[in-house]
Design a protein around this ligand. Structure first.
Ligand code: TYM
Length: 374
């Protein structure tokens, strides 16, 4: 197993990650606290897709006391934005809606340029602008959300960035991110930029993301208080598995592992039918007799994580499949229909909001372009 912000390989043991990264499991008590604060539990929490955290209990307590907390998340722009990238954003939208919090969304065009040597600057910019539209389509509160590209916002934050970078040594980034002597110097500087949005306010940042981004928060938590800020809180999800099975993560660098937001209905059907790893049996007779295994079936897992929010309907599918009454092909049909409906709706909202590009114009955005961080 290998999990870094840029790679996830092998069978991912999430319990081991909690131990290795030094995070905490989201237990029943914390779920109760979230439920109290939000009025309900999102299905991604009920089904333990969001499974780990840092100081989320503390952040919720602070909010209860009327102290300031805010949300922060981000995206490393690439042409292939896939459904895995949407999961943390959908959850973030829910948190913003329920808690009424400000939200910063960082678009790390610099990071992507530094990591993917074969891409030129213009391509990264085009991808960033496209990705921003997909993010806007999620429907965040336009007056409480600020989406910014690193290369554009740099003039507002360069002194803060330097103040942060001065606190981070080579030996830290080598140990935390596995950088080596051949890593380019841009990339060893970059972690400072992913950390500074946690300093945009004096209150505590709550960061929803998949667990791969946690190394940044480890560094943030080491230096924040020394700079007069709070240690960030985080809420971590698992990965949406790739179509081919439970190992690794859906990734834009492996085209056949993912469903992209611009995949046409026929392409979605073809990919699911051809690649989606099945928990079904070798023959129909065997399947009817022994039943399917939803735990390893990618179509079922995708329904559980993202595409079937209704617990009762999900339980029905699970029961039908496990009993052998439902065949893999039928389960896949359900998923194809759900995904295509979801993508159609997503693209409709994307076109609708394209005209407004509201995120750049809302109250928080206007205020942020005025601020200069020392
Ligand atoms: P990026 O663009 O690689 O990923 C964006 C978000 O999606 C999560 N993610 C996934 N979640 C579920 N299943 C998957 N298969 C999957 N693949 C990726 C990532 O954890 C992330 O939350 N450096 C960051 C950009 C960034 C950021 C942040 C992310 C800047 N600041 C703060 C989260 C929070 C990046 O390249 O993410």
């Amino acid at each position: 197993m290998k999990v870094t912000p840029w790679e996830a390989e092998g069978e991912i043991d999430y319990k081991r990650l909690i131990k290795e990264f030094g995070t905490q499991v989201i237990d029943e008590r914390l779920k109760e606290r979230i439920k109290k604060a939000c009025g309900e539990l999102h299905f991604m929490l009920r089904r333990e897709f969001f499974f780990s955290h840092r100081d989320l209990d503390k952040a919720l307590q602070e909010r209860e006391r009327g102290e300031s907390v805010f949300l922060y998340t981000g995206r490393g722009p690439s042409r292939g934005m896939h459904i895995g990238h949407l999961a943390p954003l959908i959850f973030t939208k829910w948190l913003q809606e329920k808690l009424g919090l400000k939200l910063f969304i960082e678009i790390t065009d610099d990071e992507k340029f530094l990591v993917k040597r074969e891409r030129n600057w213009r391509e990264v910019q085009e991808a960033a602008d496209e990705n921003i539209l997909d993010i806007v389509a999620i429907g965040f509160d336009p007056n409480k959300t600020f989406i910014f590209k690193d290369s554009e916002y740099i003039k507002n934050v360069y002194p803060l960035l330097l103040k942060t970078a001065r606190k981070i040594t080579h030996s830290t980034v080598k140990a935390v991110f596995g950088f080596t002597d051949s890593t380019n110097i841009g990339l060893s500087f970059f972690p400072a930029y992913q950390i500074i949005p946690t300093f945009f306010e004096k209150g505590r940042a709550i960061i929803p993301c998949a667990i791969d981004q946690d190394p940044y928060w480890r560094v943030q938590r080491d230096i924040a208080e020394g700079l007069g800020y709070k240690k960030a809180a985080a809420i971590h999800s698992k990965f949406i598995p790739p179509l081919q099975g439970p190992k690794g993560k859906m990734s834009s660098s492996r085209a056949e592992s993912a469903i992209y937001l611009d995949d046409e209905p026929a392409a979605v059907r073809k990919k699911i039918m051809k690649y989606a790893f099945s928990g079904g049996r070798a023959t129909i007779e065997e399947h009817r007799k022994l039943g399917g295994v939803p735990e390893i079936d990618v179509s079922f897992q995708w329904l559980k994580i993202l595409f079937e929010p209704d617990d009762r309907k999900l339980a029905e599918v699970e029961e039908e499949y496990r009993s052998g009454r439902m065949l893999t092909g039928e389960l896949k049909e359900i998923l194809v229909e759900k995904i295509n409906k979801f993508l159609e709706e997503h693209r409709r909202k994307r076109d609708e909001r394209k005209k407004e590009m509201m995120m750049y114009k809302g109250a928080l955005a206007r205020e942020m372009w005025e601020r200069v961080y020392e």
